[in-house]
Design a protein around this ligand. Structure first.
Ligand SMILES: *[C@@H]1O[C@H](CO)[C@@H](O)[C@H](O)[C@H]1NC(C)=O
Ligand SMILES: *[C@@H]1O[C@H](CO)[C@@H](O)[C@H](O)[C@H]1NC(C)=O
Ligand SMILES: *[C@@H]1O[C@H](CO)[C@@H](O)[C@H](O)[C@H]1NC(C)=O
Ligand SMILES: *[C@@H]1O[C@H](CO)[C@@H](O)[C@H](O)[C@H]1NC(C)=O
Ligand SMILES: *[C@@H]1O[C@H](CO)[C@@H](O)[C@H](O)[C@H]1NC(C)=O
Ligand SMILES: *[C@@H]1O[C@H](CO)[C@@H](O)[C@H](O)[C@H]1NC(C)=O
Ligand SMILES: *[C@@H]1O[C@H](CO)[C@@H](O)[C@H](O)[C@H]1NC(C)=O
Ligand SMILES: *[C@@H]1O[C@H](CO)[C@@H](O)[C@H](O)[C@H]1NC(C)=O
Length: 335
């Protein structure tokens, strides 16, 4: 079964005039006090969404009554799922939507003619920037952008049948320079991680990208798909363009894919949710990787019970805003 069960996570309140449909595989980007969400799979008649809307973070709110804002005329020219969404450091308001399962909203069929769409969140307008260099059509990957405008996208998959979702995994490093709109590729060598999808990528202040979890090809002739041990951390050094690996210490954690990761203060990477290879839940729901110590250390913080403790989720979104990790959408697993 391709997508599992989707339930509405956020409780609908009459006080809110717009409430988005439940979804999985949406992508998100924070611009100032606007937390934008794009696309995803809703399971409705138009299963693949081309909606763009945001959460208004300019004042505090109840999680039961999120201040969603719909945008008129802001529908995405394509319906993206399992894409990447990155904010340009050149203006801090242009967002690039890159790759993913791309479905034509008019025909509801796959359409990979254009790989990159740009959203100018200042004037609320979508454009299709002219991109050069060989453009890798990838899905189920996560891009990170550094302060020089380079977007790093490791591996990902090429799946052409969106129903079976069977495809080839990659392990090259594709880099888009948002200043020049040119792609470049670092072809894999022997010290690259195995081909991988559904991981998380976090860029640390020291220019190292930390890759956690996901699904990879095992080192066997059949390219068996296995989950990556969360203690086997892969690191990409963006300054020297080279890979290294590290075995993290700390608590045991179930391997997972479709989890999320956010960077909190002092190099603490918080992972949340995720699922097993056979669409079953994983535990613990939340763990933190302390990257201020070498090797990195996994621990589980003490969490006080609150009124809106999120359930076991996968294929959700998580974003760090000031001291808050904001989680939305996804598949909700009942134990
Ligand atoms: C966002 O929230 C602020 C504070 O509650 C409010 O003043 C503003 O009108 C909201 N913006 C939109 C577009 O809803
Ligand atoms: C974008 O935001 C970053 C981080 O806040 C800041 O350092 C940079 O100066 C901003 N760039 C522009 C063009 O405003
Ligand atoms: C944002 O858009 C307004 C027009 O709506 C324009 O006047 C302003 O210059 C834009 N800001 C930037 C930084 O481009
Ligand atoms: C792009 O679309 C064409 C036509 O539907 C298809 O044959 C091709 O496999 C697709 N390529 C990728 C990488 O998705
Ligand atoms: C995708 O695979 C399914 C199951 O094998 C098949 O029924 C369907 O026709 C395929 N779709 C396309 C577009 O090839
Ligand atoms: C690879 O697949 C073949 C054919 O299914 C099987 O005989 C073989 O045992 C598999 N090898 C490994 C290492 O999984
Ligand atoms: C990465 O490159 C730098 C500079 O050449 C070098 O000091 C470092 O050892 C390299 N790291 C690995 C893991 O190869
Ligand atoms: C992270 O590791 C550093 C170095 O050991 C330690 O000082 C710090 O307290 C740790 N942070 C947390 C939140 O455990």
């Amino acid at each position: 079964m391709p997508f599992g069960i989707i339930l509405l996570l956020l409780i609908i309140s009459e006080a809110v005039c717009f409430t988005p449909y439940a979804r999985v595989g949406q992508t998100q980007a924070l611009v100032g006090t606007k937390l934008f969400y794009a696309g995803g799979y809703t399971g409705l008649t138009q299963a693949y969404s081309n909606e763009l809307f945001y959460l208004n973070l300019s004042s505090s709110f109840q999680a039961s009554n999120p201040p969603w804002v719909s945008l008129t005329n802001a529908n995405i020219p394509i319906s993206p799922t399992y894409s990447t969404f990155v904010v340009s450091p050149f203006d801090n308001f242009t967002i690039y939507l890159i790759g993913g399962y791309l479905v034509n909203p008019s025909t509801n069929t796959p359409d990979n003619n254009t790989l990159i769409y740009a959203f100018n969140s200042n004037v609320t307008e979508w454009t299709m920037p002219t991109i050069s260099g060989s453009s890798p059509k990838r899905q189920e990957m996560e891009g990170v952008v550094d302060n020089t405008g380079k977007v790093y996208i490791f591996g990902g998959s090429v799946i052409t049948n969106y129903t079976t979702r069977k495809g080839i995994f990659f392990n090259d490093m594709n880099i888009l320079d948002m200043g020049t709109n040119i792609w470049s590729t670092i072809q894999p060598t022997s010290n690259f991680p195995n081909p991988r999808i559904d991981y998380t990528a976090i860029l640390l202040d020291n220019n190292i990208i930390v890759y956690i979890g996901g699904r990879e090809y095992a080192n066997d002739i059949n390219q068996t798909e296995i989950l990556v041990d969360l203690h086997q951390i892969q690191l990409f050094d963006t300054k020297n363009s080279n890979w290294s690996s590290m075995t993290a210490t700390g608590v045991n954690l179930q391997a997972r894919r479709f989890h999320t990761a956010v960077l909190a203060k002092n190099g603490q990477i918080i992972i949340y949710g995720g699922e097993n290879i056979n669409f079953t839940p994983v535990t613990p729901n939340l763990a933190i990787l302390n990257t201020s110590v070498t090797p990195y250390n996994w621990y589980i913080p003490t969490i006080n019970a609150g009124p809106y403790d999120p359930p076991l989720l996968a294929e959700h979104s998580a974003t760090m805003y000031e001291d808050l990790m904001i989680i939305a959408f996804g598949i909700f697993y009942e134990l």
